[in-house]
Design a protein around this ligand. Structure first.
Ligand code: EPZ
Length: 400
């Protein structure tokens, strides 16, 4: 399993924190990695992407301006805000704005950096931060935001004194980032728990770090087995990172074997309908919600799916309805009565995970389903079509 998109992008940003050459391995072959490289090059770094390695050389003097269009093409590049504030005490980062899954404000990023002593503002479409010195602080997040936890963490590692982040995000990608920062000389305790304590240090040094396996891609394969009544063996991830999704698939009738470096799953018959509630980690991940919808669309019975993380992540349901799904949404809820068969239709991906969910639905729809805008999928899934073909799927990429 290749490295996690939602970790590698932050690991690349963390390289800004130390002058010299940082090497990140197990980088996934996805579109977002070269986009992140462009952002770092715009700040003065040199970046070499060879195979699954990213070699990032950070200069003594960094620019603090991460401008459009590089940032505009990659929402996640907002994660350079923390490292720039930590290293340069100033930052101008283009405001990424919302996307298909929600408005995605940055208020918690800004209030966290303000608590560390920065002045933060939005000017001409840019998030602007400035500080004479960052000082440790007690920061309580209203919601365990992944991005805010990461930006505050990457600023606080070079602040004077101790920072405590309460109600921090607990995702495995946070643990991976903290592990790399620790290798760079940072003093962090509690990553993966709701309270993270950071003792600021004078300076960090470069390192070499291997990216954690991508649990969202691994979870997508698990649902592929569920939806198609098939079987898949996934290597290269920690199955504990998928405890919630695998538990749901077990409830739906799957057989799951946990392996040393992954898991094996089989769905011997039509899945039973189960409910899903998306929550921050260790709850059911919102990034697998479209896969859960695809399963519910063909499951035996009625499923209720509750989305608690992104307010607009049910847009994709309309595409499923185009394929004959018996589904309706009401605010944060989607309810589906499973059908034995879906029917093929031309459908449009609205984001990475929605695109993958539509392909899973297409695998069990009568006829040939055309999934459009698959560039979204390539942003998060390396070798998606090739891997599905190797699992027996009749799928091909057509130019268009
Ligand atoms: C990360 O987004 C991931 N992206 C998302 O994956 C993932 O869905 C999300 O975490 C939750 O797990 C990357 O890591 C690049 P949040 P992020 O800050 O950091 C609200 C995928 O498909 N919020 O935890 O943006 C926010 O609007 C992507 O791979 C504020 O209100 O997520 C959302 O409703 C999609 N104010 C909720 O919190 C803030 O300042 C969770 O957002 C910050 C967040």
């Amino acid at each position: 399993m290749a490295g996690a998109k939602n970790s590698v992008l932050k690991l690349m940003a963390a390289a800004l924190l130390a002058e010299g050459t940082t090497v990140i391995t197990n980088c996934p072959a996805i579109l977002d990695v070269p986009l992140m490289a462009d952002v770092l090059i715009g700040l003065g770094c040199s970046v070499e992407l060879t195979g699954d390695r990213a070699t990032i050389t950070t200069p003594a003097e960094l620019s603090h301006e991460a401008d459009f269009p590089a940032v505009g093409r990659l929402r996640a590049s907002v994660c350079v805000l923390g490292p720039l504030m930590g290293r340069c005490h100033r930052a101008r980062v283009a405001l990424p704005g919302g996307d298909a899954i929600g408005s995605r404000p940055l208020d918690m990023h800004q209030s966290g950096l303000r608590a560390l002593g920065a002045t933060m503002s939005i000017e001409h479409g840019m998030v602007v931060g400035q500080a004479d010195q960052l000082r440790g602080a007690q920061i309580g997040l209203d919601f365990p935001s992944v991005g805010a936890t990461e930006n505050i963490l990457m600023a606080a590692v070079l602040a004077q004194g101790t920072t405590v982040i309460d109600n921090a995000a607990r995702e495995p990608e946070i643990i991976d980032l903290a592990a790399m920062l620790g290798q760079m000389g940072a003093k962090i305790v509690g990553a993966g728990s709701a309270t993270i304590t950071i003792e600021g240090v004078e300076a960090l040094h470069p390192t070499e770090h291997r990216t954690v396996g991508d649990r969202v891609v691994g979870g997508t394969w698990a649902f592929a087995a569920g939806v198609t009544r098939g079987s898949v063996v996934v290597h290269g991830i920690d199955a504990r990172h998928l405890a919630a999704p695998l538990e749901r698939l077990l409830q739906a009738g799957a057989a799951v074997d946990v392996l040393d470096d992954g898991f094996a799953i089989e769905m011997p018959r039509r899945p039973r309908a189960v409910d899903f509630i998306t929550m921050p980690y260790p709850g059911f991940p919102t990034d697998l919600q479209p896969m859960a919808l695809a399963l519910a669309a063909v499951a035996d019975g009625h499923s209720l799916i509750t989305e608690n993380v992104f307010e607009a992540r049910f847009r994709f349901v309309d595409e499923l309805i185009r394929m004959g799904a018996d589904a309706r949404t009401d605010g944060h809820h989607a309810s589906l009565r499973g059908r034995a068969n879906l029917s093929s239709a031309p459908v449009w991906s609205t984001d990475i995970r929605a695109g993958a969910g539509l392909v899973l639905a297409g695998l069990v729809a009568e006829g040939i389903t055309e999934v459009h805008e698959v560039g979204h999928i390539d942003r998060g899934y390396p070798r998606f079509v090739e891997d599905l073909q190797s699992l027996g799927a009749q799928i091909e990429r057509v130019a268009g």
